[in-house]
Design a binder for this molecule. Structure first.
Ligand code: THU
Length: 139
């Protein structure tokens, strides 16, 4: 991936940490999702007193984008940490990987995990969700 885009996505994902609503876990996550035609959608995690309605940052970004008519994506950047301090990579949970599987090609969709603009690693969806079940299985 183009380094400039990756850095822009990391910056955007980090900016979302201030919107993250986490009165229960204090674990703040931000995401920036890149469409195939180059548009960026952001997301943060939003917790809930009943716990299960909590939405992860990645799904917030996907649902914002899909609700605006987007269905083709090339990459997502995810950052997160306790109290918003980025010490380790915040890898997407299983539910978020499954949502990615719905809209993304597992061989080409890129997941950028970062702790800073200088420190990041890029994985394909297939690497993080091997043998994933997706729309092709029902075709
Ligand atoms: N969280 C995310 O936003 N993304 C993930 O993929 C992992 C978990 C959030 C959900 C919850 O608000 C907090 O992190 C702790 O699980």
């Amino acid at each position: 991936m183009d380094k400039k885009i990756v850095e822009e996505m990391i910056e955007l994902a980090m900016e979302q940490l201030r919107f993250s609503y986490t009165p229960y876990s204090g674990f703040k996550v931000g995401a920036a999702l890149l469409t195939k035609d180059g548009k960026l959608y952001t997301g943060c995690n939003i917790e809930n007193a009943a716990y299960t309605p909590t939405n992860c940052a990645e799904r917030t970004a996907f649902f914002k984008a899909v609700s605006e008519g987007e269905k083709e994506f090339q990459a997502i950047c995810v950052v997160g940490g306790k109290d918003g301090v980025l010490t380790e990579y915040a890898a997407p949970c299983g539910v978020c990987r499954q949502v990615m599987m719905e809209f993304c090609n597992p061989d080409t969709f890129q997941i950028i995990l970062a702790t800073s603009k200088e420190q990041y690693e890029i994985f394909t969806l297939k690497e993080l969700l091997p043998l994933g079940f997706g729309p092709k299985n029902l075709a």
